[in-house]
Design a protein around this ligand. Structure first.
Ligand code: RTP
Ligand code: MG
Length: 141
């Protein structure tokens, strides 16, 4: 398996719940490393651009409204099979369908306030990492 990078976001609901440390600990325990991190409050324009692929979806405005409702922690995670591994740790998009022990099962309230974001493919990961981080802000092993 190749070493990959993926973009993770701890969303406003999980930041508000004081769960940043527990979520990062789960990434670290799974073998992923945090190689970049920053706390930001996204503007509407930034959130619309980040989620542009969902622009035509009925949930787009709610998604943008939620993601700008408070600060988030954006991170680059690095490790073997990082993209898939992160999504496994996150669990299903809808917390009602997320398996026990996943972040969304344990920390999310609803499909809108679902605690975390993770890139879904190598192409998406590259775009999403570039969206938030310059090359000299990422500290690979
Ligand atoms: P994410 O992008 O946040 O990691 O989540 P995901 O891949 O599991 O889900 P995606 O389909 O990319 O949707 C992005 C976010 O939009 C919200 N959503 N709401 N009401 C709905 O039916 C609905 N579907 C998606 C979720 O907050 C989801 O994380
Ligand atoms: Mg997605």
């Amino acid at each position: 398996m190749a070493v990959e990078r993926t973009l993770s976001i701890i969303k406003p609901d999980a930041v508000a719940r004081n769960a940043i440390g527990e979520i990062l600990a789960r990434f670290e325990r799974s073998g992923l490393r945090v190689v970049a991190a920053r706390m930001v409050q996204m503007s509407t324009e930034q959130a619309e651009s980040f989620y542009a692929v969902h622009r035509e979806r009925p949930f787009f405005n709610d998604l943008v409204g939620f993601m700008t409702s408070g600060p988030v922690l954006v991170q680059v995670l690095e490790g073997e099979d990082a993209i898939r591994k992160n999504r496994e740790i996150m669990g299903e998009t809808n917390p009602k369908e997320a398996a026990a022990g996943t972040l969304r099962h344990d920390f999310a309230e609803s499909i809108d306030a679902n605690a975390v974001h993770g890139s879904d493919s190598p192409e998406t990961a590259e775009r999403e990492i570039d969206f938030f981080f310059k090359a000299d802000e990422i500290f690979s092993r």
